[in-house]
Design a protein. Sequence first.
Length: 143
Amino acid sequence: MESPAATAPSPNAIQIVDLYHARQHLWQLAAQLFANDPQARKRWARWLEHKLDRGKLEALVKTLREFPPPNPELARLLANEAEYFERNAKRMRYPRFRAQGLFIGSGVVEAGCKTVVGARLKQSGMLWTVRGANAILGRLSQI
């Protein structure tokens, strides 16, 4: 289920799934499917990463849906991952986002948040209660 923030963004917001998070899904799936074959795991995950990086989400989903599952548990996992990539395909058009000069990883945003929060909450001599810090963070998030 998507969070309310993801379903009701600012009208001008462009939603992007962090590329490294999406890749992590592929590597975790590959680890389950090829638990005893590290070479096959690496080859398969990189092949799907290639599709993901080039915005070939339909081909990636098709590959996941057509993969012959070795057991019912992995069949469910494959189906769940196929649905994840299908549901988020519009947010994973990485070539388009790159062409627009947008960041496709969350590191820049995370670093910015850390800097803003750190600048406000970690000034010399400041001591915060959880309630007080949350109040300030609520104000900062409105800026």
